[in-house]
Ligand binder design. Structure first.
Ligand code: HEM
Length: 439
């Protein structure tokens, strides 16, 4: 079949050309370009070496592609600055970016307006207000018993399976998608479909994709868009006691958001609600497998679980980095930075800044300032779901190890192929004594 020429042009501009530029820059030793390829190989040691090099070079490192920062204070400065916007120069929240919206493509994209992740005030403030109202701390807190119930049910299912189980697929992926789907009124029979679409769309945060990968992502985004239309319509006809019904009603009563803005905001909450938390749970299981002494500490003192979650977020964050660009000539880290410069804020590197964290490469569940990580970003785009993610991971991990204290990962763990989102797609495991008793 002949490829659509528009799709080919789009792929060339968004993926093929940038990849080529990064490849050339890497040959010249460019740090940002080396980070791009190291992230693709998923070797933590290689990434950490680049983080160190960046930190030694200074708080804001110029590169052929813009700037990179691996410095905790400067990452915060960039993310909080009124002189930067999300995304690449000239795209995201800019005249060019706005031209590349839903209306242009006919489907939502997490990095194109009107996505929360691709907009800035005043639009961003308007969208965010709608969700923060509905997604209040109180509403999230009330979910604790439901999350525990879902975790217990999944653990019952695991216990009933003989032999080696895949914790990534059968537990880490399922818990967050069921939780966020229940919150947003998605019927149980559609959870697997939503998970499939979310997994298919996850590489949409990466640039430089192959033609095949880019087409698969685009199809997943189109299908997700169509499914969301259907879901919002259904909640309008038959509202439930879920947050998405409240969100739809809030926008219908108060106005302020058009239909596409509502769909984009609701869709991002849904997708962001599971595509990252799955990684947090899986990454922690892998860390415990490599550091059984740290698991023993948590098992001996259950009060440590919230700190376990923050320390895992710090040392192996589900989101590697985020991009910003300057909207005007500005000063960052005391240096003049021109307008429209791309700045890569490496969250994972800021989390290992030795100025903030003692012995930063050590996984230490008792670390007093683990919570100072930047894995949920900072500033006006700070993760809306941070409290929910922390609660899910804490319940999910504690319940898993309470139920299967002798759980052992088996050879064959495999990282997901996504670059910005870091997690595992396979975590084969034997569940241990309690498991054997059930089979
Ligand atoms: C461990 C789990 C999670 C991690 C590591 C994470 C990380 C992040 C990061 C780094 C950002 C900001 C990106 C940037 O500054 O460019 C973000 C934004 C966001 N997250 Fe999360 N997230 C997680 C879970 C969740 C959950 C459970 C939800 C759903 C409620 C959620 C909803 C959002 C939304 C809606 C935004 C956009 C906020 C904005 O741009 O104003 N996230 N998240």
């Amino acid at each position: 079949m002949q490829a659509d020429p528009k799709a080919v042009t789009r792929w060339s501009l968004e993926h093929a050309l940038p990849r080529q530029l990064v490849r050339v820059a890497r040959r010249r030793g460019d740090l940002q370009a080396r980070l791009f390829f190291a992230a693709e190989k998923h070797e933590t040691a290689d990434l950490v070496e680049i983080f160190r090099e960046a930190q030694e070079k200074g708080p804001l490192v110029p590169s052929r592609l813009g700037y990179l920062t691996a410095d905790h204070a400067v990452v915060r400065e960039v993310l909080g600055s009124p002189d930067v916007r999300t995304g690449f120069p000239l795209t995201a929240d800019s005249p060019v970016g706005r031209a590349l919206t839903w209306a242009k493509f006919g489907y939502l994209h997490p990095l194109r307006p009107p996505s929360l992740l691709a907009t800035e005030p005043p639009d961003h403030t308007r969208y965010r207000k709608l969700v923060t109202r509905v997604f209040s701390v109180k509403a999230v807190d009330a979910l604790r018993p439901r999350i525990q119930g879902i975790a217990d049910r999944l653990l019952d299912d695991l216990a009933a399976r003989p032999g080696v189980v895949d914790l990534a697929e059968d537990y880490c992926a399922k818990l967050p998608v069921i939780v966020i789907s229940e919150i947003l009124g998605v019927p149980a029979e559609e959870h697997d479909y939503v998970l499939q679409l979310g997994t298919g769309a996850a590489p949409s945060l990466d640039f430089g994709l192959s033609w095949r990968a880019a087409q698969h992502v685009e199809q997943s985004l189109r299908d997700f868009d169509a499914w969301l239309d259907h879901h919002i319509e259904r909640l309008r006809r038959e509202p439930g006691d879920d947050l998405m019904s409240k969100l739809v009603a809030a926008r219908d009563e108060q106005g302020g958001l058009n239909e596409v803005e509502l769909k984009s905001t609701a869709g991002l909450v849904l997708a962001a609600g599971f595509e990252t938390t799955v990684n947090l749970i899986g990454n922690t299981i892998a860390l415990f497998s490599d550091h059984p002494d740290q698991l023993a500490l948590a098992q001996a003192d259950p009060g440590l679980w919230p700190n376990v979650v923050d320390e895992a977020l710090r040392i192996d964050p589900p989101v590697l980095l985020t991009g910003r660009s300057t909207t005007r000539q500005s000063t960052i880290a005391g240096q003049p930075v021109r307008e429209n410069a791309l700045i890569t804020a490496v969250l994972a590197a800021a989390n290992r800044d030795p100025k903030v964290f003692d012995d930063p490469d050590r996984f230490d569940v008792t670390r007093a300032n683990a919570k100072d990580h930047l894995s949920f970003s900072s500033g006006r785009h700070f993760c809306l779901g941070a409290a929910l993610a922390r609660m899910e991971a804490e319940i999910g991990l504690r319940s898993l190890y309470d139920r299967f204290p002798d759980l052992r990962l088996q050879p064959g763990r495999r990282r997901r192929t996504t670059r910005v989102l870091r997690g595992f797609e396979h975590l084969p495991a034997r569940l241990g004594a309690d498991h054997a008793a059930h089979v």
